[in-house]
Write a protein that binds this ligand. Structure first.
Ligand code: SF4
Ligand code: SF4
Length: 324
């Protein structure tokens, strides 16, 4: 599915000019500028290049082409229509483009109100909310609470799910671990003095990190399924295997994820109950009414408990198997 903001136009440009300035072709036969009339012979850019060529009706250096451009961008930049740089705009990858999200989803509307009650609630076609945690049914989920989206062309995006976003509350820093070749995408999320190394369980090739998060780490938890994506990449090719088979291996489908998140919510509540039942020195508690864990629980735990929580729920060996 191509981006609705991707637009096309026919442009003209001068092949003789050192700078290729493209001008939208708006007029057809009504446009009578020098380039498309016999008056081109007087153009200082054309004259030295014409040689002995017979005069014509229009300048031989006048070129026309189809281009594409982003109508959501503040400045129009024409790109040749066959340019592979536009692959994101021509595919489902546009769902993770900052410009698209700013126009189509200002404020992260794909993340519904997460203040809801304990009972799962359906919002829209793809979203279920479990105890305030949004669970998109069109994604796949890893045991360590990362999501995966595989487009029809094999292009993949992954990030953190709403459960992890809620537990973190906010992150101070997002770092990306550089790994060559076909490797598992790895990021480090820092909350106070605690670091979480987050490793997606399946490898991707041609990985690109969302380095925008280095300067805007708040997006990671504010819009985890949109602008807060962590990695983009291509799944390794498996001969004869359907698209997505390699990257989805071992993950849980979105249709089943609500039940898993429900179990994880209970497991987290038990974990927190066992460690902090009493109010802290400032009188705050880590449990909301009804025994539900509050958002940003990680920052309310001491360092040892926080590390234990990260290991139990979000490490490569933690995750759902205790509750699924
Ligand atoms: S007349 Fe020909 S050479 Fe001169 S600007 Fe137009 S296209 Fe270029
Ligand atoms: S740059 Fe972004 S918003 Fe613009 S057309 Fe491409 S995907 Fe769409």
């Amino acid at each position: 599915m191509r981006c609705p903001f991707l637009d096309g136009d026919r442009v003209r440009y001068c092949q003789a000019s050192a700078h290729r300035k493209m001008i939208a072709d708006r007029g057809g036969a009504d446009v009578r500028e020098r380039c498309s009339t016999p008056a081109y012979v007087g153009c200082p850019a054309a004259t030295p290049r014409l040689g002995d060529a017979a005069p014509g009706d229009r300048c031989p250096f006048l070129q026309e082409a189809w281009v594409q451009f982003c109508s959501a961008a503040p400045l129009t930049k024409y790109i040749p229509a066959n340019d592979s740089l536009l692959s994101r705009c021509n595919s489902d990858g546009h769902l993770y483009c900052e410009l698209y999200l700013a126009e189509a989803d200002p404020g992260g509307a794909r993340l519904p109100d997460v203040s809801g009650g304990r009972e799962p609630a359906r919002i829209g076609d793809h979203m279920v909310v479990v105890d305030g945690v949004p669970v998109p049914e069109n994604l796949w989920f890893a045991p360590n609470h990362m999501w995966l989206d595989v487009a029809e062309d094999g292009n993949c995006h992954c990030g953190i799910d709403g459960f992890l976003a809620k537990a973190l509350g906010a992150v101070d820093r997002v770092s990306f671990v550089k790994t060559p070749g076909v490797e598992r995408p790895t990021a480090v999320l820092s909350v106070g003095a605690v670091d979480l190394q987050l490793v997606f369980p399946n490898p991707l090739r041609d990985r690109v990190a969302n380095v925008y998060l280095r300067s805007e780490p708040g997006k990671l938890t504010a819009d985890p399924y949109g602008a807060g994506w962590l990695f983009e990449g291509v799944e390794p090719t498996l001969p004869g295997a359907p698209v997505g088979a390699a990257t989805r291996a071992g993950l849980i489908s979105g249709e089943s994820a609500a039940r898993w998140i429900d179990g994880e919510t209970d497991r987290l509540a038990r974990f927190v109950h066992e460690r902090i039942g009493r109010p802290g020195p400032d009188g705050s508690t880590a449990m909301a009414d009804g025994g539900r864990v509050v958002a940003g629980i990680l920052a309310r735990l001491d360092r040892d408990d926080a590390l234990e929580l990260l290991d139990a729920f979000f490490s490569s060996r933690g995750g759902w198997r205790a509750s699924w």
